[in-house]
Design a protein around this ligand. Structure first.
Ligand SMILES: Cc1cc2nc3c(=O)[nH]c(=O)nc-3n(C[C@H](O)[C@H](O)[C@H](O)COP(=O)(O)OP(=O)(O)OC[C@H]3O[C@@H](n4cnc5c(N)ncnc54)[C@H](O)[C@@H]3O)c2cc1C
Length: 494
């Protein structure tokens, strides 16, 4: 099925009339000429009449610098990216997305797509270009009979979890509840339930997507299957998703989980034991390891545990790890899944400048443990945190690498080095701390997550897509030949 969105200027103007009453925000004056960044890095000048036409054809607000709400709308998770788009189109629906993409393409503008704003490399806000902001599109519709969730692209993970859980259902999401569902899913989407139910992309039944030419297509296994294949792991390269449908699973809401905190002095022995312990762990068990500075001068090793099988089994299963070394604090027990799903929210909060990079591991080998712990030899160094997250096995590995665009089905872990700081003056030192640590860790990694591309050059995106890159490039050429959607783990249209 192919649906062309309405975009005739007469009909657009007629439709927008009915919204004018609610559009006091749209009354700001537009300058005669507005400077904007082009795709090729040059600047261009947009005419007032073009901007006014664009604004009149949108159902949601079009914000310019100085407009009320502009500064809030351009904020992203990583405060290191304090960018000022020339225009922010706050889309109210698929028609707004289509109009914004067409405006961007017609004027050759640099385009950023903003869902939940969590891109650690700042891909969802651009300097001087057009920001397509989806964060007003927040509907989640659960169908308890079909066991599906229909989700708009501004929905955050916490909302999806809560709506589904209210009906005793769940799907795989990520570990911080204020992450955008669409952005996370398009790159793969891994979290506490992934080894049990698969990645977020493995639970997608279909996506509605608007391509840069303004055409809205349904992508499912039957309709536009090439696009459906590419969208499941190929990130935001092929269009802007206006709606995603997820498959849901019946779910017990009480987990056996929480945190185990260890003295940093015991980190080496505990981590080596942990590597063996996890080698045979059931798919219901997910443990994220955090190593490093809780704050300056205070280092720790923390396991964040979620066992989604029967609670009694969880206690039995965790006993060997608990018995190996007594934790300083043991906070593991029966706990609501929604509570676990917000454990990372404060550590992962908005408002800090951040630098982080990550890569996949086939094994948690002793050399990796050594390389990680060596980064903490200097007690006075800038605070650093290293996360080791389960990212493979179970239902993730049951899908072939070529079945979806998400390639890395054989890896087991994702290791991330990160730091954060408040003031711009600390930026160079913060980045240097992570880069130095990464020099020792990177040689042990194999490929990386498309949703985590900090520090990677555009020509290195094969590391994200592996053997699927060439097929993705062909599909990119079909749907986005001008590479309008390039602020992502970019696939070149070749
Ligand atoms: C604190 C934190 C925790 C995280 N935890 C996890 C985790 O547990 N599991 C995991 O898998 N990942 C995790 N991530 C990575 C996360 O998946 C990516 O950052 C993802 O891109 C976030 O999506 P977003 O919509 O919030 O981000 P945004 O910054 O809004 O978007 C990022 C990019 O996604 C694309 N995009 C977003 N929405 C659309 C759309 N509707 N159509 C087309 N393209 C779109 C665009 O290319 C955009 O540049 C985490 C990131 C952070 C910062």
């Amino acid at each position: 099925m192919l649906r062309r969105t309405f975009l005739g200027s007469a009909s657009a103007a007629a439709i927008s009339m009915s919204f004018l009453r609610d559009r006091a925000w749209a009354e700001s004056s537009v300058p005669a000429e507005l400077g904007a960044a082009r795709l090729d890095g040059q600047s261009t000048s947009l005419k007032r009449s073009d901007i006014e036409d664009f604004r009149a054809g949108l159902r949601g607000p079009l914000l310019l610098p100085g407009d009320a709400g502009y500064d809030d709308a351009r904020v992203v998770w990583n405060a290191a990216f304090d960018r000022h788009p020339a225009l922010i189109a706050r889309c109210a629906g698929a028609a707004d997305i289509a109009r914004a993409l067409q405006f961007g393409a017609a004027h050759n503008l640099l385009v950023a797509v903003h869902g939940g704003g969590h891109s650690s490399s700042g891909q969802s806000v651009c300097e001087g270009g057009l920001m397509i902001d989806l964060s007003l599109m927040k509907s989640v519709r659960i169908d308890p009979n079909r066991k599906t969730a229909r989700v708009e692209p501004g929905v955050l993970l916490g909302a999806l979890d809560r709506e589904a859980l209210a009906f005793g259902l769940v799907t795989t999401t990520g570990m911080v509840s204020h992450t955008g569902a669409a952005g996370l899913t398009l790159g793969g989407g891994c979290g506490r339930l992934a080894r049990r139910f698969g990645l977020a992309v493995d639970n997608l039944a279909g996506i509605d997507v608007v391509s840069p030419d303004g055409i809205l297509r349904a992508a499912t296994a039957k309709e536009n299957p090439d696009l459906f294949w590419a969208l499941r792991g190929g990130s935001g390269n092929f269009g802007v998703a206006s709606s995603l449908e997820y498959v849901l699973h019946p779910f017990e809401q009480t987990m056996y989980g929480g945190q185990l905190h260890y003295s940093f002095d015991e980190a080496q022995e505990v981590l080596r034991f942990f590597a063996d312990f996890m080698a045979d762990a059931p798919n219901e068990l997910w443990i994220t390891t955090a190593i490093g500075d809780v704050q300056k001068g205070q280092r720790a090793l923390t396991f964040d545990v979620c066992y989604s099988g029967p609670v009694a089994n969880g206690e039995r299963l965790m006993k060997p790890l608990r018995d190996f070394r007594k934790p300083l604090r043991d906070e593991v027990g029966p706990v609501a899944y929604t509570t676990l799903q917000t454990h990372g929210d404060i550590e992962g909060r908005f408002g800090l400048r951040r630098y982080q990079t990550s890569g996949y591991l086939l094994k948690l080998e002793p050399a990796l443990v050594e390389a990680v712990l060596a980064q903490f030899a200097d007690a006075n160094a800038i605070p650093l945190r290293i996360l080791i997250m389960p990212w493979g096995g179970g239902a993730i590995a049951r899908v072939a690498p070529t079945a979806t665009a998400y390639w890395h089905r054989d890896i087991r872990w994702n290791v991330q080095a990160a730091t954060s700081w408040q003031s711009a003056v600390d930026s160079d030192a913060g980045k240097a701390r992570v880069r130095e640590a990464w020099k020792a860790i990177e040689p042990l990694t194999q490929g990386f997550y498309a949703n985590s591309i900090t520090g990677r050059a555009a020509e290195n995106m094969h590391g994200a897509y592996g053997g699927n890159y060439e097929r993705l490039a062909r599909i990119k050429k079909k749907y986005d030949p001008a590479n309008l959607l390039r602020m992502n783990a970019n696939v070149l249209p070749t």
